[in-house]
Design a protein around this ligand. Structure first.
Ligand SMILES: Nc1ncnc2c1ncn2[C@@H]1O[C@H](COP(=O)(O)OP(=O)(O)OP(=O)(O)O)[C@@H](O)[C@H]1O
Ligand SMILES: [Mg+2]
Length: 256
């Protein structure tokens, strides 16, 4: 048994003949905030997608809270778990993406309630109360009845984050949630994530916002060509990069 929240061992993932993850290891404890940085194409999104089984992977193991994700060994053979089991495991994580993917025909509160009612089978009144609490936490109490088309990009992204967190995941995965936003809307979303981090939410986040990674994370992972190039606490990583690769990457990014 382990008391790690997330444990990734020797993760391998290919798309066809192209190996994209070449043996990734990563562990997180409850309450950790880990940022993943690295060049385009280094495998950051793929890693997150493997964690919640949006992608299959051929080698290595991922476990969350001690549960092996996606695959089991039966009579010495590795095989995919049942879809029902995978769906259950997927609920251990919540995910927010660059594209918020809200349902346009539902209000903000309707979007946040949906999974609570349909997946968690919570009654509508209680689901609404939970949804309103989370919308309040992301600063959108006044916007609960607005439709996505009536909200700014930053507000829509905050609804999407509330929707994921309302499901009570053990680990939140964020993939460049500010990349599609106008610059003036980035901070309101980053502030919401910072507040959640301060409240003890465990999170693994891919970001191009180096200043944010520096301020919010207790560990930073630098992905380089499908491997972890370097990892450590943000101060060491940003001020004393241990590899030439990371130093170059930081030079080319905007950390001021
Ligand atoms: N569905 C797919 N089919 C084939 N190749 C893919 C697929 N998704 C990603 N790849 C390839 O896998 C590699 C890693 O992609 P990934 O999206 O994980 O990178 P990333 O680090 O998230 O990049 P970015 O910073 O641009 O988002 C890239 O070379 C990409 O072209
Ligand atoms: Mg990506």
């Amino acid at each position: 048994m382990t008391n790690n929240l997330l444990e990734i061992r020797d993760l391998h993932k290919s798309y066809g003949a192209v190996e994209v993850l070449k043996g990734v290891d990563c562990t997180m404890r409850q309450g950790d905030v880990v940022s993943i940085i690295g060049s385009s194409g280094s495998g950051k999104t793929t890693m997150l997608r493997c964690i919640n089984m949006l992608e299959e992977f051929e080698g290595g193991t991922i476990s969350i809270d001690g549960q092996a994700i996606g695959y089991e060994i039966v009579n010495g053979q590795r095989r995919r778990k049942s879809e029902r089991e995978i769906a259950r495991q997927r609920a251990l994580t919540g995910m927010a993406f660059q594209q918020f993917n809200l349902f346009p025909h539902m209000s903000a509160v309707g979007n946040v309630m949906l999974g609570l009612v349909k997946v968690k089978k919570i009654g509508r009144d209680e689901a609404r109360a939970v949804a309103e609490t989370w919308l309040d936490r992301v600063g959108l109490r006044e916007r609960a009845e607005h439709y996505p088309g009536q909200l700014s990009g930053g507000q829509q992204q905050r609804v999407a984050i509330a929707r994921a967190i309302a499901m009570n995941p053990k680990l939140m995965l964020f993939d460049e949630v500010t990349s599609a936003l106008d610059p003036e809307l980035v901070n309101e979303v980053l502030q919401v994530i910072k507040n959640l981090a301060q409240d003890g939410m465990s999170m693994l986040l891919v970001t191009h916002e180096m200043r944010f990674a520096y301020e919010v994370s207790n560990r930073v992972i630098f992905m380089n060509q499908g491997r972890i190039g370097e990892e450590g606490n943000p101060r060491e990583m940003f001020h004393k990069p241990g590899t030439e690769r990371l130093a170059e990457f930081l030079k080319s990014s905007t950390f001021n």
